[in-house]
Design a protein around this ligand. Structure first.
Ligand SMILES: Nc1nc2c(c(=O)[nH]1)N[C@H]1C(S)=C(S)[C@@H](COP(=O)(O)OP(=O)(O)OC[C@H]3O[C@@H](n4cnc5c(N)ncnc54)[C@H](O)[C@@H]3O)O[C@H]1N2
Ligand code: MOO
Length: 416
């Protein structure tokens, strides 16, 4: 076991040699889940002017202090301010201004009395006559019902940090600040290669001994899921020439990363490593990881290359564990994954490698209980299809008793 490379060390070695891609300006409508290429600074404050949080009447708070049930106060209404307009003059002491939510406070006013707290009642209409005066029975404090300038954001403030993922709220904020374009990092372009004489493209009929190529699809979708742009290449055959030629076609597209699956173990047709050694700098690792022990990593003409194992689950798990951090680094972010924990719902045995067991989750009170998704064979892709999460069994723990709490990596929102 000691000859196997530790998973965390493998990730460190991979990340060491990677730089993130340069920036590009894109429309905010295209920017969901993209990565900010630099700190984004608010060019203005939001809200840009003090405004009312209530439909009601703007007043000088100091005018209202003697109002009570026994002695209701009356103030004349001398201004009418609707959202989108600008008050024509300051509010004098002893006056009230009718004001709607979002409308700018007149100079001098410092509090709002909600319409419900007055004797006024109105129905929304195009023309609601301005009441001559209002009566109310409670004082208001300065600031009540007022949204100050810059309450949400102050001009000059960093609103989005470099390297953070743009979410719906961030894009709404950019729009609020009048920014229709945003500088994001370019998406990594990833070439995906499948190899093996047994593989048949989807449009061809299977003959004995053949299977459809599924890895290039699941890997392309993982690339998309984590923000890259995948290109699938034609299947490479188990010959040095075919693999060599496929690697050259991958390089012709100037990708930022190349991923192949299969051909990295110790079989007679495991030629990927041979060609890699010939064309680039290659490290071959046996990783303390289950599934996904054999993996070739290196650089082809300076481009990071992952030779993932061919078993469909191993290819996906090695992607999640080792390729994902690399892809995120190329995309300019190092967002940490949200890991949580679950309780093993059944006995799990492993061989002492760090294992990523495919599990479904059931809610029990405050915690999740994890159950294996059937066979954990690294050839059984159905174990991934059914999985809500990967349960991470640490190195050297060969038996997990029911009730043991372990970290999980969520793959989707589990059903409650
Ligand atoms: N003697 C040993 N044999 C194996 C070892 C070992 O240490 N000693 N390791 C096993 C492990 S673990 C894995 S994982 C596999 C890795 O093998 P390769 O990466 O060389 O891949 P292949 O042998 O070519 O294929 C493995 C398996 O996956 C299927 N496959 C391959 N490509 C695709 C694809 N694009 N779509 C769907 N399925 C694919 C292939 O048909 C094989 O069944 O080696 C073990 N052997
Ligand atoms: O790495 Mo293999 O995936 O253990 O099946």
């Amino acid at each position: 076991m000691s000859t196997l490379l530790n998973v965390d060390r493998a990730i460190e070695l991979i990340l060491e040699g990677l730089n993130s891609k340069g920036p590009e300006e894109i429309s905010i409508m295209e920017a969901l889940n993209r990565i900010a290429a630099s700190n984004i600074i608010a060019p203005m404050s939001l809200p840009p002017f003090a405004n009312s949080a209530l439909d009601g009447f703007a007043v000088h708070a100091s005018d209202t202090q003697t109002a009570s049930e026994d002695s209701p106060m009356t103030l004349p209404v001398s201004l009418d301010i609707t959202a989108g307009t600008h008050p024509e003059r300051p509010l004098e002491m002893g006056e009230a201004a009718r004001i709607m939510t979002g409308a700018p406070l007149p100079e001098g006013a410092d509090a709002i009395i909600a319409v419900e707290a007055t004797n006024v009642d109105w129905e929304a209409d195009d023309e609601v006559p301005l009441p001559e005066s209002i009566q109310f029975t409670k004082p208001v404090k300065a600031g009540h019902g007022v949204r100050a300038i810059g309450e949400s954001v102050k001009a000059g403030q960093v609103i989005i940090e470099k390297g953070s993922v743009l979410r719906s709220a961030s894009i709404g904020m950019l729009a609020g600040l009048g920014l229709s374009e945003v500088s994001v990092t370019q998406q990594p372009r990833v070439a995906i290669i499948s190899s093996g004489n047994e593989l048949v493209p989807l449009h061809e009929t299977l003959t004995p001994g053949k299977i459809h190529d599924s890895n290039s699809y699941s890997l392309a979708m993982l690339v998309k899921q984590y923000g890259g742009i995948p290109t699938r290449l034609p299947i490479a055959r188990d010959s040095l020439d075919s693999i060599r030629q496929t690697f050259h076609s991958a390089l012709d597209n100037f990708p930022d990363m190349i991923i192949s699956s299969a051909g990295v173990s110790v079989g007679t047709a495991d030629l990927v490593r041979t060609v890699l050694t010939e064309l680039g700098e290659v490290d071959f690792w046996r990783i303390n990881l289950r599934p996904g022990k054999p993996l070739a990593y290196g650089k082809l003409r300076g481009i990071p290359f992952f030779g993932l194992p061919g078993n469909p689950v191993s290819a996906m798990v090695t992607f999640e564990v080792l390729v994902r951090p690399a892809l995120l680094k190329l995309a300019g972010t190092q967002e940490v994954e949200l890991h949580t924990t679950a309780v093993a719902g059944e006995r799990i045995t492993t061989d002492g490698r760090r294992s990523y067991e495919r599990v479904t989750l059931k809610r029990d009170g405050n915690h999740w209980v994890a159950y294996l998704t059937g066979t954990q064979s690294s050839g059984a892709l159905m174990s991934m299809v059914l999985a809500d999460a990967l349960m991470i069994v640490p190195e050297d723990m060969t038996v997990v008793e029911p009730g043991t709490i372990l970290p999980i990596k969520l793959l989707r929102q589990p059903k409650i």
